[in-house]
Ligand binder design. Structure first.
Ligand code: NAP
Length: 241
């Protein structure tokens, strides 16, 4: 599959899964804008992604998905720079894991505003650009936690369950405009998600590149069909008990 001439935005593209997705799209020739809130991680990602062979152009943008005005401005600047937008990957996400009784109101908002409201702001801003191109892709990075709830993760699980429902409703709204919406639900991925340090003992986990491959495979799928939900699990997690 070649994506030469296509334009993609990957939110949270500075680290982890988002950076792998950005790399995969660049390798296929797309122009890729990545967003994050930290200039430092964006600069590190830009240096790393500049080495990708056969790459399209990379555009790092500081934009917080929790702020609708920043999202609108970022998406407008991508469309202006590259002449349009074809693909949005809503990947930016945070996790804070505590019992409900110990979770602050600010922590609740940080999770819901990033993982759910942020996706709404990005989709709302990008849809006119996708329609102007006659179609495109929105791929939302959810989690198996959106379906399999577990203790001390109420806000995170709720944000991802909400994202799943949002994705299904949006998919039905825009499919007749040639806009394909899918969501990917990975299990544990080897990243530094919310302060976790990747290290020994987690070799069984998914690689960020595994999630990136799913995104590439979705985009390569024939246009008559739409794999709208993908569950992606480590093949051999540690046995329980
Ligand atoms: N790792 C896992 O086990 C796992 C499993 C299933 C699903 N997921 C999902 O996969 C996605 C990526 O996770 P990851 O493990 O790659 O996490 P990560 O390594 O912590 O990367 C998160 C990315 O999101 C950016 N980000 C965070 N808050 C943001 C905001 N408000 N606005 C814009 N960008 C923001 C971060 O950059 P800044 O900090 O600079 O803003 C970073 O680029 C998340 O949606 C997560 O829920 C992860």
């Amino acid at each position: 599959m070649t994506l030469t001439g296509k334009v993609a935005i990957v939110t949270g593209g500075s680290r982890g899964i988002g950076r792998s997705i950005a790399r995969a799209l660049l390798e296929r020739g797309a122009h890729v804008a990545i967003t994050a809130t930290s200039d430092a991680t964006l600069a590190t990602a830009a240096a790393d992604l500049a080495k990708v062979a056969g790459a399209g152009t990379l555009l790092p943008i500081r934009a917080d998905v929790r702020r609708p005005a920043e999202v609108e401005q970022a998406i407008g600047s991508v469309a202006q720079r590259f002449g349009g937008i074809d693909i949005l990957v809503n990947n930016a996400g945070v996790g804070l894991f505590r019992p409900v009784a110990e979770m602050s109101v600010d922590e609740w908002h940080q999770i819901i505003d990033t993982n759910l409201s942020g996706v709404f702001y990005c989709c709302r801003s990008v849809l006119p650009h996708l329609r102007a191109r006659g179609g495109g892709w929105i791929i939302n990075i959810s989690s198996l936690a959106g379906k399999n709830a577990f203790p001390e993760a109420a806000a995170y699980c709720a944000s991802k369950a909400g994202l799943n429902a949002f994705s299904e409703a949006l998919m039905q709204e825009v499919r007749h405009d040639g806009i394909r919406v899918a969501y990917v639900m990975p299990g544990s991925v080897r990243t530094e998600f919310t302060g976790r340090i990747a290290g020994g003992g987690d070799e069984w986990k998914l690689s960020p590149d595994d999630v990136a491959q799913v995104v590439s495979d979705l985009i390569a799928h024939p246009s008559r069909s739409l794999p709208s939900r993908v569950e992606l699990r480590p093949s051999r997690p540690p046995r329980k008990g």
